[in-house]
Design a protein around this ligand. Sequence first.
Ligand code: BG6
Length: 510
Amino acid sequence: MASTVINPLRDPRDKRLPRIAGPSGIVIFGVTGDLSRKKLMPAIYDLANRGLLPPGFALVGFARRDWANEDFEKVVHDAVLQYARTPFSEEVWRHLAEGFRFVQGAFDNDDAFDNLAATLGNLDRVRGTGGNHAFYFSIPPSAFPVVLQQLKRSGLCDPHAEEWRRVVIEKPFGHDLKSAQELNSLVNDVFPSDSVFRIDHYLGKETVQNLLALRFANELYEPIWNNNYVDHVQITQAEDIGVGGRAGYYDGIGAARDVIQNHLLQLMALTAMEEPVAFNPKDLRREKVKVLSAVQLPKDLSVGAARGQYAGAWQGGTKVLGYLEEEGISPKSTTETYAAVKLLVQTRRWSGVPFYLRTGKRLGKRVSEIAVVFRRAPHQPFSQNDTEELGSNMLVIRVQPDEGVTIRFGSKVPGPAMEVRDVSMDFSYGQSFTEASPEAYERLILDVLLGEPSLFPQDEEVELSWKILDPVEKHWARAGGQPQQYGSGSWGPKCADAMMARDGRAWRRP
Ligand code: BG6
């Protein structure tokens, strides 16, 4: 039986040393899906390669496919070769793959779950997983009830003495407040709340965590991080790709439910929240909940929200399909592929400062960022001519792909005149650090195994986020009709530009 890694050089008091997971295993439901191949399997390999998984680690795939253990191993192997971040090491792979098992069956098949229980029991004995297992739900929410029921029936959700059992849930977590509440109560009926880990992979990104360091470890920003100095905030998640092979999931869901409800509202909460009492899960969540509870939508949603759908276009010599022409999408679909909303945070700090959130597919480029746009200086001693090219000061947290922070401010153009023009000062992860950033899923999977819940939204946050979004969805459903078309490769529909223009502002071109 394998034992836990104990590094004799490691001083347990030194928190900077890597945190290594104890004996444990992960069971993936929905293991034949895209997420599993592109994100989960590579992340597990990368963790193993970084020495962060214990020797007693196991990965169990559960699916209907008629695979033997060897077939499963081959699928993981191919996924690792194609998508892993770190170089392939035969030695790491061999050891990791010895802990792979595949259990074949349907979710409503009792025998399959009994077989799963027997497989985990066997792994505990031969691999040394120690009775600690995480059940990863990479499945549609419609399959949650039956899988939860099976975990309960087979006793898999009940750990003995020192063991743990955890459930990891991928979005979408419901499609509105009511369905999210129903799902929460189903999950909470089987797993205690401290064993439930809801994934929002944006929180696993280094740059998102850096937002907390930037705000609370420094003295420079916090004094101006309020409505005395900030004019508005723009939070953007843009992609240049279309819906791809995800039509089945995406159509009927749309951009707002897919990205605003989770990733963008979490980014907003981290941008707007007060300093937590301490950097621990309870205090962090408490501050995020306060922000989400203080969010208000504009009264008139026809001017406070905008939606669009991408149309076909020529992009770099290739014709890309419009949303309605994509495979698997109904030609009459009213699903939005672009969504923007204006939110107000009704607190002393943020009163009067709008937060504009936007997301879309097939936009100009792939970029996620938070731009804090400052007020103009109250007085300019320079002539209007000289400051013609001076914009607003801005602090931009570049979440991806070019991770870092940009500060934009005015500077004198060399020469005899007092001409002032915008320049920027950049911090870039690539230049400042030698370590490459881990993938979000590496961090989050490791945190699940360590039982560290800080980066996982809890049920109250999820429900509050739906509460914010539901009126927007209802408004669009009532309004009916087709979302406004926008050209692929553009920056979204005209109605979104008009929404900003009415406030005397404009979207940033990242
Ligand atoms: C997912 C959405 O949560 O985030 C996808 O379901 C989107 O539609 C993806 O493409 C974007 O993630 P990232 O990390 O590439 O910005």
